[in-house]
Design a protein around this ligand. Structure first.
Ligand SMILES: NC(=O)c1ccc[n+]([C@@H]2O[C@H](COP(=O)([O-])OP(=O)(O)OC[C@H]3O[C@@H](n4cnc5c(N)ncnc54)[C@H](O)[C@@H]3O)[C@@H](O)[C@H]2O)c1
Length: 376
């Protein structure tokens, strides 16, 4: 790896910080148990708005990587990021970032830019950690994954809710067959505020509305928990301002409902929204029902961050996980650790990202291979 400095995970502060990102019983090997020597990957952060800075902070605090540069066209954003990573060079664009010696790029720009920027970084030989959604369509997602495969570089996406401790517990239960045949899923994500940045409501910059923004997480949680069974059918209804939305190139949806059918007749219901009068900040719930019991993850008191996970047996409940649980930075730290331990080659798991995008295409009513909104 280029210019990496060696550190040992066994170093006390690295053990404490890095070890705290893995939950007991999550199925992962706790970082502190890994005694291999680490190289500190050299990372560039592209787009340091709200989530870019949040993930930058997680990496900076972990000490696992060297934050070489931050890139954003807006000086104010670069300034805010510099307070988190004062040593990092400040540049304005991906082109400038790619002139630096890097091992990986973290993409956290407006959604419609993700695919092209990820491809450019991969073709430059860099590993990529991209914010969700990876792409606006399955066709775009397939091109990014093909670029990662061709470059033999690690591509991961910030599907952050997979890393909530309660979701890991539920997935483990399902995987061990403890809920029997899981045949009914019901998932909701209502954000009573909606995004504050105007680009989220522009179809050309966002590629879609609340389904692209929040529904991506719900569809991923359903497929990931069940081990990515084949999607046999999916359809949905989109609304904007309380009316059915027909032309997704003209406006983005602020309410979406969908039904997804999986192999074996498994039913998945999805609902998500922005600005719903939900009586609280957010409703975030994922329910899983099987022939041998149920399990659910629910946000606590409308929180965006705190979750309670429970297992159901008839009318009885057992708590699987409760707050606090600092899950937000886990996906990026997992990617960073993989780079640091020399596992920066292509991971075929990335193929799942195309299946995820294809399911969203079906809900949007797009044929497979359809172009993004602005090309039509
Ligand atoms: N994984 C998650 O749970 C999660 C949570 C929040 C946001 N996101 C995703 O992260 C992305 C960013 O969301 P946000 O809320 O941080 O938005 P934001 O508007 O706060 O940040 C985007 C940043 O990108 C910068 N930018 C714009 N064009 C650029 C370019 N060409 N090159 C470099 N930087 C550029 C902007 O100046 C801004 O600072 C979105 O795709 C969103 O869907 C994911």
């Amino acid at each position: 790896m280029r210019g990496c400095r060696e550190i040992r995970v066994g170093r006390p502060e690295a053990m404490v910080r890095a070890g705290s990102v893995v939950e007991p019983g999550s199925g992962n090997v706790p970082f502190a148990e890994q005694e291999e020597s680490l190289a500190r990957p050299r990372l560039g952060f592209l787009g340091v708005g709200w989530i870019g800075r949040n993930r930058l902070q997680a990496v900076a605090q972990s000490g696992l990587a060297e934050v070489v540069a931050i890139a954003d066209p807006v000086a104010e954003m670069r300034g805010l990021a510099a307070s988190v990573a004062p040593e990092a060079a400040q540049v304005r664009s991906l082109d400038e970032l790619l002139r630096l010696e890097l091992d990986g790029v973290v993409v956290a720009t407006p959604s419609a830019l993700h695919a092209e920027q990820s491809i450019a970084a991969l073709e430059h030989g860099l590993a990529v950690f991209c914010q969700k959604p990876l792409a606006r369509t399955a066709g775009e997602a397939a091109r990014v994954v093909a670029a990662a495969r061709a470059a033999d570089r690690l591509l991961a996406v910030d599907l952050s809710y997979r890393h909530v401790a309660g979701m890991q517990r539920i997935r483990d239960l399902v995987g061990r067959g403890e809920l029997g045949h899981v045949y009914a899923l019901d998932l909701r994500f209502h954000n009573a505020y909606g995004p504050d940045q105007p680009w989220f409501r522009d179809p050309r910059q966002a590629g879609g509305g609340c389904l692209m923004d929040l529904g991506t997480h719900l569809v991923d949680l359903a497929l990931w928990t069940l081990g990515f069974p084949a999607v046999t059918d999916a359809w949905g209804r989109l609304y904007s301002g309380g009316r059915l939305l027909v032309d997704v190139a003209a406006a983005v949806e602020d309410y979406a409902v969908a039904q997804i059918e999986l192999e074996g007749g498994v039913s998945v219901r999805i609902a998500c929204s922005w600005n719903l009068p939900a009586g609280r900040d957010a409703v975030i719930e994922a329910e899983f029902y099987g022939t041998g019991g149920g399990a659910a993850l629910r946000n606590v008191n409308g929180s965006f961050y705190d979750f309670l996970a429970e297992r159901y047996d008839g009318t009885r409940r057992e708590v699987l996980s409760r707050p606090p649980d600092a899950w937000g930075g886990r996906a990026i730290l997992e990617w960073t650790l993989r780079l640091a331990t020399g596992r920066r080659g292509f991971d075929p798991e990335a193929e799942r990202l195309v299946e995820l995008a294809a399911t969203l295409d079906r809900i949007y009513g797009r044929a497979r291979g359809a172009a993004p909104a602005e090309e039509r």
